[in-house]
Every structure is written in C-alpha cells, then in structure tokens.
Design a protein around this ligand. Structure first.
Ligand SMILES: [Zn+2]
Ligand SMILES: [Zn+2]
Length: 317
C-alpha cells in the first residue's frame, strides 16, 4: 500500500526527460522587500535574483501580497505571487510562519486561526508551506500535526542559518514519521538584506535554492513541480540522477551528483550513509535500510554544502 502524501503522488524529477521538454529551473520562493521588513524595493529584489542567475522568484512579503504586476522581469523569468502569513498559534508555540504561494487575495491572517488560514489559501488555489520550523521553535506534534493541508516544509532557510537555525530536516523527518505522510521540501533564502550594502554579519542572499523540473516557464508549472516533488533543494551540490530498484525486501539506490564527500539515505527506519573511503566521488550505488517505507537523500559536497532530494515512496517500487 502506498504511503500517504501531502499533495497526491510524488514524481521523481530525474525521470522527467529532456526529450519531453522538461528543463531544470533554479528559484527562491521566500524573500522580503521594503513592502515589509526587507531592505530593498521589489524591483531591486527581482533584479538581484535575475542577475544572480535564477529563473524564478517569489516576493513573499509579510502579511500583504506584493503583486507581481508591480515589477518587471525578463522573458523566461517566472514570478510566483505569494505572501508570508502569520496566524495565531492556539497550540502553545510561537506565532506561525506560513509561506503561501499562488496567492490572489489578501487576508488578515494575524487574527485568524491557522486552520482557517490554510483553508482560505487553498480555496483560492494557493499552497501553504511550513517556513523555517527550526528557527520558529516549532514542535511538530504540538503546533503542526493538529493542522491539515500543508503542501510541505522549508528544509533550509539562509537567513535562519545566519541565526544558527537554518536547517529543519529533523522536523521534516519527525513530521513524516509521525503522520506516515510524505511532504516535499523547499530550500529558500528568506532574503531580507541588501547584497549591495551588506549589514555586518548577515549574508542572507543566493545560498539556498530549489531546482524545479518544468516543461513551461510559468508560475503554474513551477507550483505544480513544487507540490508534486519534481524538485530538489541545494546550498551547493547538484543532483544529476536518483534511481531506486527493489529485489525482494532489498532496495538499492543509485545517486549521481556533483562532487560529494558523502551521501545520506534518510528513511523512516533510521538511515544509511555512503562514503568513498574519504575520497570525493560523483556516483554511488548502495543499499537503503531494509523495511523502510520511504527514503530521501542528502548529498554533502566537499565544502559541506548540501543538497536534499524529496522523499521517495518505497512501497510503490
Ligand atoms: Zn518567517
Ligand atoms: Zn520570511
């Protein structure tokens, strides 16, 4: 029986071929401008990501949508309309941080219960992503499991790393294990700063991105790739290919990537590590933990930068 998933069946992006018109696009779904607490105006923010070689961006200002028709971007650069909403947290933790994508209508989320916010976002065709749970001191069982309708989780956040809590992979695994439900990830900057005028000690730009496998350079195609897991996240390494094969109860994974010092296969039954005797490698085949229902992969580059795959449902192999 298939493991439950947040948004319907997950797709393996590495099996969506170039010959069908698919390409990788690089993007960031979480950034702020002078419309909230960011240090540059919306157009400067867009220009920054265009200049840094990105293909798509969301200006996810706090509480109020920054409309994509108020900025300009070159042909082929995709603007995803969104907002970061902060409903109250009635379960005891801190106020929520939800990155909401594909948004049309503003709402006064601060005075709304979190489930109502999720429902209203979804009713307008939007997606709700749990932002930086490590930084927010989110307790998955207390703050998140009472809620239903998330698209997934932000596994890495650059500005939160500046404050020592950038990675939320433990929350991700905890959530998937407790619910036995697979959530895809985002890897984001949450950029507030000004790359042209750095604030001392805070370098929060262009260090965490989500690669999406799309056929068309449209907001709809990017959103569909995000929710169906046709993505991977990175702070450096490239994942070229992941394939899985099963014989009996044994599952074997083959990962091809840019230079790596190690690869982790993280599953609901602990995990497995692959290393090449202390040497750098770019391809590895190794067994996944027996009896696991799902597995996700982390590639660690020579300098410690990482890439995260989405989870794979092993029960469907
Ligand atoms: Zn936030
Ligand atoms: Zn933010």
């Amino acid at each position: 029986m298939a493991v439950d998933t947040a948004n319907g069946a997950l797709r393996n992006p590495f099996e969506l071929p170039d010959s069908d018109g698919y390409e990788w696009v690089k993007g960031n779904l979480h950034s702020h401008t002078t419309n909230s607490d960011g240090r540059v105006d919306p157009q400067t923010r867009v220009d920054g990501y265009v200049g840094a070689g990105y293909d798509y961006l969301c200006l996810s200002d706090h509480r109020k949508i920054t409309r994509v028709d108020t900025v300009e971007a070159p042909d082929g650069f995709v603007l995803v309309q969104g907002v970061e909403l902060h409903p109250d947290n009635p379960f005891g933790g801190q106020r929520h941080h939800f990155v909401c994508l594909g948004m049309e209508e503003d709402m006064d989320a601060d005075v709304m219960p979190p489930q109502l916010v999720i429902d209203r976002v979804r009713s307008q065709g939007g997606q709700v992503w749990l932002a930086h749970p490590h930084w927010s001191s989110v307790n998955i069982a207390r703050d998140t499991m009472p809620l239903d309708g998330f698209s997934g989780i932000e596994v890495f956040n650059t500005v939160c790393r500046c404050m020592g809590r950038g990675e939320s992979s433990v929350h991700w695994d905890d959530w998937m294990e407790q619910e036995q439900k697979l959530y895809p990830m985002l890897c984001n900057d949450d950029l507030h700063g000004d790359p042209e005028n750095p604030k001392k000690g805070r370098y929060d730009w262009y260090q965490g991105w989500t690669m999406a496998r799309v056929k068309e350079r449209t907001s709809e195609a990017v959103l569909e790739a995000l929710s169906s897991g046709a993505t991977y996240g990175s702070t450096g390494p490239t994942i070229e290919h992941i394939s899985l094969s099963k014989s009996g109860d044994e599952v074997e994974a083959t990962v091809k990537c840019s230079e790596a010092q190690r690869i982790f296969a993280v599953s609901d039954k602990t995990g497995a590590e692959y290393q090449e005797k202390g040497e750098i490698f770019t391809e590895a085949t190794f067994p996944v933990r027996p009896g696991a229902q799902w597995v996700r992969f982390e590639v660690v580059g020579p300098n410690g930068a990482k890439a995260w795959s989405n989870p794979f449902d092993l029960t469907e192999l």
